[in-house]
Design a protein around this ligand. Structure first.
Ligand code: COA
Length: 381
């Protein structure tokens, strides 16, 4: 058995961002247009008028102030309400692989070794742009990596599942180093006409290099333990797939499900998710810590999935046994929103400073499936 460590991380942040004020203005303009177009039916009581969205609600309910996106103009156009993401030819690097390669180059630069020393690439993400060929294989080719590559999708938990998969490959001796990338174009799967969720997600890509300790230099993070858990739930869904293509209207954005909303893009029962996922994740963290003989109150920092401020604060409190300080429970969703699998890795990448060797922290993700993953790490000398 070889010990696996996290050697480096990388981040690609899109250039464009959308504030809550901009998002709400676009939604409200679209809602006003919809209400005008349906005035007779609204008057007859056949359909309900669309209410306005509100910046104050969004910030209070989610903690989100802004989000980065790959295309702002399409999202903010009330006539469109979906990003313009131009199709690329099969000879070009796909947009998802492009984002992943940028995050990967950042990680490889801080790793300080050539990409050719990587033996496998895993693309672990929620919002894949196609079934095959795997985006991971494109990334592998673009970076000149030998060996093998594949995609995996465990929704918002994809990154921790990817880290465990990579660590297991390293532990078994299959490869010496793995590049794990999390490119997420959440804006392409988000229904910007749904007031309940139009503010939740943003776009980003992250990368993590996991390698065998016996070939690593100083620095990085020991992986003390990893645990994965899944439990079926219908409360967060995205039904888009080839079987559903015929159900999509020509503009591809407003098939109506039984609840009046599309289920071909992201849709959730937010309150149920909150109530069910918080105890599931908190219990999992505490029992995994006990198994590793770690005192959870002694963790220096939590890098949780960036779901929503209230959910993250509650999990932080349950794990640390006190109200965590902002340094202890890292929040980046005010700037980035929920970025699905990438959220906990952005938090880890941007805020891992100030650790003495031996101090411990937790990377944790949770989301649709339901799915959850814990990765306890310890700073190396
Ligand atoms: N602007 C203004 N008001 C809004 C609104 C918006 N954009 N969206 C919803 N509202 C209104 C609702 O109509 C409702 O009004 P009512 O009380 O008059 O009926 C009220 O705000 C509360 O709506 P609700 O959907 O119950 O909000 P909430 O307080 O549960 O917050 C979430 C919504 C999603 C933020 C919350 O459920 C949550 O944190 N869930 C966790 C799930 C999550 O983060 N999932 C991500 C994937 S892991």
């Amino acid at each position: 058995m070889h010990k696996a460590i996290i050697s480096a991380t990388g981040l690609f942040t899109p250039e464009q961002s959308v504030s809550n004020a901009e998002l709400v203005a676009a939604y409200n303009a679209w809602a006003d247009g919809w209400n005008a177009a349906n005035a007779v039916a609204i008057e007859a009581g056949e359909v309900e008028a669309k209410s306005h969205s509100s910046e104050a609600f969004i910030e209070k309910a989610s903690g989100i102030k802004s989000r980065y996106v790959m295309d702002k103009s399409g999202i903010l156009d009330p006539e469109r309400m979906t990003p313009h993401l131009a199709a690329r030819t099969n000879d070009e690097l796909s947009i998802l692989a492009d984002m992943a390669v940028r995050a990967a180059r950042d990680a490889i630069a801080s790793w300080g070794k050539p990409a050719s020393e990587i033996g496998a690439v895993i693309c672990a993400a929620s919002n894949m742009q196609r079934p095959y060929p795997a985006m991971a294989i494109e990334v592998q080719q673009a970076l000149g990596i030998d060996g093998f590559a594949f995609d995996m999708n465990v929704a918002c938990s994809s990154a921790t599942f990817g880290i465990k998969t990579a660590a297991d490959f390293v532990a078994s001796g299959s490869v010496k180093a793995v590049l794990m990338v999390n490119p997420e174009i959440c804006s392409a799967h988000l229904n910007f006409k749904d007031r309940d969720s139009h503010f939740i997600f943003g776009d980003v890509a992250t990368a993590v290099i996991i390698e065998a300790e016996d070939q690593a230099g100083p620095g990085g993070w020991d992986i003390l333990g990893t645990r994965l858990q899944t439990s079926f739930s219908n409360n967060i869904r995205n039904n888009f797939g080839f079987l559903n293509k015929a159900a999509l209207p020509t503009d591809g954005i407003e098939p109506v499900g039984s609840d009046g909303l599309t289920d071909k893009m992201f849709v959730q029962q937010g309150r149920k998710v909150f109530k069910e996922v918080v105890p599931m994740v908190s219990d999992m963290i505490l029992s995994h810590a006990a198994e590793l003989s770690l005192d959870p109150h002694g963790l220096k920092r939590l890098w949780l999935h960036q779901a929503n401020i209230n959910m993250n604060q509650l999990i932080g409190r349950k794990v640390l046994g006190r109200d965590p300080s902002p340094e202890e429970n890292v929040i980046i969703l005010d700037d980035y929103a929920n970025t699905s699998s990438a959220g906990s890795i952005i938090a880890f990448h941007l805020h891992n400073e100030g650790f003495a060797p031996g101090e411990t922290g937790l990377i944790c993700s949770f989301g649709a499936g339901y799915s959850a993953g814990t990765v306890f790490v310890q700073k190396r000398p």
